[in-house]
Design a protein around this ligand. Structure first.
Ligand SMILES: Nc1nc2c(c(=O)[nH]1)N[C@H]1C(S)=C(S)[C@@H](COP(=O)(O)OP(=O)(O)OC[C@H]3O[C@@H](n4cnc5c(=O)[nH]c(N)nc54)[C@H](O)[C@@H]3O)O[C@H]1N2
Ligand SMILES: Nc1nc2c(c(=O)[nH]1)N[C@H]1C(S)=C(S)[C@@H](COP(=O)(O)OP(=O)(O)OC[C@H]3O[C@@H](n4cnc5c(=O)[nH]c(N)nc54)[C@H](O)[C@@H]3O)O[C@H]1N2
Ligand SMILES: [Mo]
Length: 556
């Protein structure tokens, strides 16, 4: 996920997990923390028990709402109007940190002018949150320090996700809540080691440690180390690769640890794009729905069957050790990759173990230079860690930001509606989300216990809407978007507001992502998973769509 644009860096938490319990104010926006990051959720609970103020911004009544001093039930996709409204109150009531703005930031005047362009009445109209609640939240976040912001997909999975993050960065800068303990703008990363994968350059525009592909000095350094020529231009983001495959610009795809036929937006399109490939290789620990479409499947070993390091959401690099031997003919990912490279005649892949790979990486990566296997034998170290004496960095930006001037830039952003809005034909907004009882689509369904807790999709729908449509709780209903239809049982609940329905994407037999919209954020290229327009019909009038029948039949 894109980092905090110009001034910040890597999409990692700016601060540490254990600092959250010491915060005096927590603003949790677009994160169902207790369900999806339970360890961090515990920190929030502990902070509240110690007297911290909690503001929650979420269209759904998530468990954290019970603990919150203020719950801002905004309309999906309207966060920028909400955050800008909060900042207007902070400016009008003089709650900003003027000294911090003068010493550490730039471009403030233009930013302030942009905030004063829209009044609270406009914010109330767009978000559905009362002006009074916006004022309360602004006074709370603006006057109680240290204050920390926690955010996740309710913020990022929008066609304006990067702007949402910029708005939150502006809010932290305005109040000086960055660069000190228990402050910060903290994206809680999703998958295990997704932070480490990004740190290792599994992104199309950077090498390890966010060293830019288009920077010539960087490129020459890597060319010398690897004794080869490297491309001077950025590659494609994953979502863009499927467009390229669809158009024949990409002919071969080697996919590792992703199940896009279930988890990417508009899966009908994804399957079509895959069918245009000349060669499709999938490397996974399970035979996923996507792997069924592959020409070659390479069985990989799971986390428990290999050595290496994982880097968690607070930038902590930790050792993992093999607990059991790889099952069957599966092998650790690094061995498979090295074998493929060697058999293609590429030099430099003669590693005997993961420590050798780590050593090569750290020599080339300033933020990891001081980390080695000996130092993290017992407990992990948080990057940046530039040398062997450095203790690691619990919070970022204590002295300077990642800009040439070292100052953070205010970046004005204005509210834009989501790519798809409701219409007469599609009158509901569909939010997609996670469940505490499953991990995405494939991984937890192999264990029976999880299915005891949740074995099928239940579509959350508000009692008023259910009554209008004469839907009973537990009845099978059909949900359709402009892209296709799926069916599942209704769950009548006030967790969702009227006009909004909500589904998970846990079940291959209810492929929620047939419905979702591929509208991408212009910078991060993340799809708008959190907002699409749908209609709801009772099963009587429903019919099974082509997409639904096609499920599981493999490559056509
Ligand atoms: N049990 C479990 N835990 C997981 C996962 C899992 O599959 N299962 N997946 C992991 C992964 S990869 C990730 S990325 C994280 C994700 O963690 P979260 O981001 O917490 O996951 P979601 O439930 O998708 O979305 C969070 C919240 O965003 C709200 N939301 C939707 N639209 C908006 C909006 O427009 N504005 C605001 N402010 N809020 C909105 C939703 O109502 C929801 O409560 O969870 C990780 N943890
Ligand atoms: N509608 C909707 N869709 C969404 C989202 C949403 O909120 N709404 N959220 C999005 C988000 S944030 C995420 S992160 C994605 C998740 O999307 P995916 O990453 O596609 O989902 P997972 O099921 O976590 O897939 C991980 C795959 O990695 C495999 N795997 C696990 N360990 C290893 C290993 O060590 N080696 C290899 N080679 N493979 C391994 C697993 O078997 C699995 O097939 O879904 C996205 N899709
Ligand atoms: Mo994620």
């Amino acid at each position: 996920m894109a980092g905090l644009a110009a001034s910040f860096g890597s999409g990692a938490m700016t601060n540490s997990i254990n600092e959250i319990s010491e915060a005096a104010c927590i603003f949790a926006i677009g994160t169902n923390t207790t369900a999806n990051h339970p360890i961090i959720g515990r920190q929030v609970t502990r902070a509240v028990q110690k007297g911290a103020r909690l503001i929650v911004a979420d269209p759904r009544r998530i468990p954290l709402c019970r603990l919150a001093d203020i719950w801002l039930r905004l309309r999906p996709g309207t966060d920028i109007a909400l955050i800008n409204g909060i900042m207007r109150v902070i400016i009008e009531e003089n709650l900003m940190d003027t000294a911090f703005i003068e010493e550490r930031c730039e471009d403030y005047e233009a930013f302030e002018a942009s905030i004063m362009e829209h009044d609270l009445a406009a914010a109330e109209k767009i978000t559905g949150v009362s002006a009074q609640d916006i004022v309360r939240a602004a006074r709370m976040y603006g006057s109680i320090a240290p204050a920390t912001i926690l955010y996740t997909l309710g913020i990022t999975e929008h066609s304006h996700g990067t702007d949402n993050v910029r708005a939150l960065a502006n809010l932290a800068l305005l109040t000086g809540n960055i660069g000190r303990p228990s402050t910060g703008v903290n994206p809680l990363r999703g998958q295990n080691n997704v932070q480490g994968a990004c740190d290792m350059g599994a992104l199309p525009n950077v090498y390890t440690g966010y060293q830019e592909v288009e920077n010539e000095e960087v490129r020459i350094k890597f060319e010398r180390a690897w004794n080869c020529k490297l491309s001077p231009s950025n590659g494609l983001k994953m979502t863009e690769m499927f467009d390229a495959a669809h158009e024949g610009r990409i002919k071969a795809l080697y996919l590792k640890g992703e199940d896009p036929v279930v988890t990417d937006a508009d899966t009908t399109f994804i399957e079509k794009a895959i069918s245009h490939l000349e060669l499709f290789i999938v490397q996974d620990i399970f035979l996923t729905e996507t792997a069924r479409l592959a020409d070659v499947v390479l069985p990989a070993a799971s986390f428990a069957e290999k050595d290496g390091t994982f880097t968690n959401t607070e930038r902590r690099v930790q050792r993992i050790r093999k607990a059991i031997e790889p099952r069957g003919n599966s092998r650790p990912d690094w061995m498979i990759i090295c074998d493929i490279a060697r058999s293609m005649g590429v030099e430099g892949f003669d590693f005997d173990n993961t420590q050798e790979i780590f050593e090569e990486m750290r020599v080339l990566t300033p933020s990891y230079s001081g980390i080695n296997y000996e130092r993290i034998e017992k407990s992990g170290i948080q990057w940046p860690c530039p040398d062997n004496e450095h203790p690691g960095t619990p919070y970022l930006y204590s002295e300077r930001f990642n800009t040439s001037s070292g100052r953070a830039k205010f970046a004005p952003v204005s509210y834009r509606p989501s790519a798809e809005t409701t219409s007469h034909e599609y009158p509901f907004i569909l939010i997609t989300r996670r469940s505490a009882f499953h991990y995405h689509a494939v991984m937890t369904h192999k264990a029976e216990g999880f299915d005891e807790l949740r074995k099928e999709e239940r579509i959350e729908i508000h009692p008023t809407d259910a009554a209008t449509l004469e839907i009973q709780d537990g009845e099978v209903i059909k949900v359709s978007s402009r892209r296709g239809s799926v069916k599942a049982k209704a769950n009548i609940t006030e967790v969702v507001p009227a006009g909004v329905v909500c589904m998970t994407f846990n079940f291959a037999e209810t492929r929620t992502n047939i419905l979702t919209n591929r509208a991408l954020d212009p910078v991060a290229k993340t799809p708008e998973f959190k907002v699409c327009a749908v209609k709801i019909e009772r099963e009587e009038s429903a019919y099974i769509t082509k997409d639904y029948i096609r499920w599981g039949t493999g490559k056509s």
